[in-house]
Design a protein. Sequence first.
Length: 280
Amino acid sequence: MEKVKIEKNTVQETLIVPLYGRKMCSEKFPEIYTDIFAEKLCDRLDYDFSELEKKKNSFLYEFGSLEAAMRQLDIMWEIKEYLKKYPKATIVNLGCGLDETGKACDNGVCHIVNVDFPDVIEIRNQLILKCEREINIACDLKDYSWMDKVDGTNGVILFAAGVFHYFKRDEVKKLALELSKRYSGGCLVFDSVGKFGLKLMMSKVLKNMGIRDIEGLFYINDPIQELNWSENIKVTSNGYMLGYYDMKSPNIRFSHRLLARICDNIMKMSINRMDFKNLE
Ligand SMILES: C[S@@+](CC[C@H](N)C(=O)[O-])C[C@H]1O[C@@H](n2cnc3c(N)ncnc32)[C@H](O)[C@@H]1O
């Protein structure tokens, strides 16, 4: 089967790290997480994985795979909760890359929408079969025309995994406020990190992008206080690594759990949920 090329040093390349992380976590910690799609997708990509392969047994890369997996598990937990109340809701994956969380939560009646830049959606279309209740939208998230194609009549849960780090704080705020106006009763779930954490995590990416000063970028030290953007939005927030699952397994080392605590408490890594007030 022909492989699909991922260009190096482009925004689309950012989808590789979480995808490879999910594949690695499925191999190393299957009792915690399995992603049946990630391994097959990596095999279909024309991308030089040798750098990642070389480091895959290092402690930090192993931990990175847990990070990718825990974020997906947390978000899936929120989606499944929402679908209990609104089974026919639309699940919207913002900045979807090659992630198939929508499908992993499919209850047979919900709808699934995946949004990303046109070059990523082109790759996604070549690699991933859609189910009959699923659409892909090629659009910049900052151009709100994509919202015209998302039907929120039966409820909508939108999520962004590893996406808002590339946004400015004002851009995330504007997007969240627009969503809260369009989708009353809907909800937005996304991960965030504090200032110190963002500096550490993104130092290489930011350098490549020529960004020296992280002021203005989207980092959040205290989600409940700082995401208090509207009286129509209720914010809840949990620890990213240990807020939903305790990560207890014989394969998880003490040092993994210690670092997980540092991520949640010192780097302020969080999963945030914004519930939009039902205005009807
Ligand atoms: C780090 S990757 C995460 C991919 C996916 N959410 C996952 O967890 O595997 C970031 C993704 O966000 C997309 N992205 C970043 N900024 C975007 C924007 N303004 N509009 C649409 N997609 C965007 C990138 O193209 C990329 O696919």
